[in-house]
Every structure is written in structure tokens, then in C-alpha cells.
Design a protein around this ligand. Structure first.
Ligand SMILES: [Zn+2]
Length: 235
């Protein structure tokens, strides 16, 4: 679901009725995540600012997993830690990464499927495209309002001439992937029936290229050049 601009109000309403324990934040700049942690840590699940957890500056029940990818060893560690009884209030596992390996996803799924009380998972990714459908179905997905991104997408140009300047490294290439996704989302709403087939061809190419990007089988620049060519045929 799309997170409203007033995130605090949004969470207040959400946690009135939600028992969700596993979350996916897509394209979050940290703001949603920080507030979500406050809500989950709160004894009353409403960031009451009065309970012990809300009052304390440092929340001890949180574990961070950060890095380019989440590997099976990390997922097993999370699975084990989730099964241990907590010493101090709720437990929150916060995973911030670009890519979660397939076997790690399977272990995460198993862990989330057998939830322990007061145990929460927050996964933060640039895009949900690399997650398996079963794992996705178990996550409450929060996305920021896309208004800003759509504006960016209309200006976005993917062509061969500017690829070498926009994709110097993996991080920049990831940014390009994000822009393409925003562009695809805005495009799909206004697509002409005649161009639907070539558009779906491009979307297929896109996901194939993205897979190879995460597998690191080809340099990012080369992959994006291929995409630019594919997009050229569509346009
Ligand atoms: Zn509280």
C-alpha cells in the first residue's frame, strides 16, 4: 500500500487494526523505517511516547542486517535468533539490502510463516521485483507516494549516448533501474493497445537484464546498453 504523506497519521490508523509482523519497504529513504520501528517497539503499538520503549533513546531489541546482499548464512542466523526468547521487549529484524539470494528468501519465508510473538521483520529494498511471489505474499508492503518519482520519470531518457555517464558503477546503475521502473509504471497506465506487445517485450527484457545485473554476470554498463537498444525498438 502507498504510505500517505503524513506517515505518522498513516501508521496510527494502520496499527489500530493490524497484526502484521513482516514488512517490506520499497524505495524508502529511512523515514518510514525509523517511524515503523518506533511503532513496533512501542508497548501499545501506537508510538504513545509514554511507555518505556517510547521513552528510551536506544532500543535494544533490534538487529541490523545491512549490505549489498542477504546471504543464506544471514537468513539462518535470523531464523535462529527469531526462535530465541527475547530478553528485552519486542524483537525487530531490520534487513536493508539490494538483493536477497533465493535460498535466503526461502529461509526468511519459513521464519515469517511461523511467527513468534512480538517478533517483527522489516525488509527494505529498492525494488520488490527480485522477491519470490510466496515471500511477497507474506509481507505487508509499504511504498512512498510516487508523485515525485513520476515527475522524474517523465524527464527520464535511456539512450546509448548517456549510458556511460549515468552508469559508472553499480550504485548508479541501480538508480537507473529504479528510474526505468518508475517510467514503466507511469507508462503502463497510458499504453496504446498497438504498442502493448512491444512494451511487454521490453518489460521482459528488463527483468532478464535485472536478473543478470544481480547475478553480476555482465558489467552494468553493458546490460543497460542492451536495455537502451530494446527500449529504442519499443519507441
Ligand atoms: Zn509507546
Amino acid at each position: 500500500m502507498i504510505v500517505a504523506r503524513d506517515i505518522d497519521k498513516f501508521f496510527k490508523n494502520f496499527f489500530r487494526s493490524s497484526m502484521a509482523q513482516a514488512f517490506l519497504l520499497v524505495g524508502d529513504d529511512g523515514e518510514t523505517e525509523n517511524l515503523l520501528i518506533r511503532y513496533l517497539a512501542c508497548d501499545n503499538k501506537n508510538f504513545c511516547k509514554k511507555c518505556l520503549q517510547c521513552q528510551s533513546e536506544s532500543f535494544l531489541g533490534i538487529r541490523f542486517y545491512e549490505g549489498e546482499s542477504l546471504k543464506i548464512e544471514d537468513a539462518r542466523e535470523i531464523q535462529f535468533a527469531a526462535s530465541q526468547s527475547a530478553l528485552y521487549g519486542p524483537k525487530i529484524f531490520r534487513i536493508k539490502t539490494v538483493y536477497i539470494a533465493a535460498d535466503a528468501q526461502a529461509t526468511l519465508l519459513k521464519t515469517i510463516e511461523e511467527p513468534y510473538p512480538e517478533t517483527y521483520f522489516i525488509i527494505s529494498l529498492v525494488s520488490e521485483a527480485s522477491l519470490s511471489a510466496p515471500l511477497l505474499s507474506r509481507l505487508t508492503i509499504f511504498k512512498k507516494s510516487r508523485r515525485d518519482e513520476v515527475v522524474g520519470a517523465s524527464k527520464f531518457k535511456l539512450n546509448l549516448e548517456n549510458i556511460s555517464s549515468i552508469a559508472q558503477n553499480r550504485e548508479e546503475a541501480e538508480e537507473v533501474f529504479r528510474e526505468i521502473e518508475a517510467w514503466m509504471e507511469s507508462r503502463i497506465r497510458v499504453i496504446h493497445p498497438e504498442s502493448a506487445i512491444s512494451f511487454s517485450g521490453f518489460v521482459e527484457d528488463y527483468f532478464e537484464i535485472k536478473k543478470r545485473f544481480f547475478e553480476k554476470t555482465y558489467p552494468p554498463k553493458m546490460l543497460l546498453e542492451h536495455l537502451a537498444v530494446s527500449k529504442y525498438y519499443f519507441e
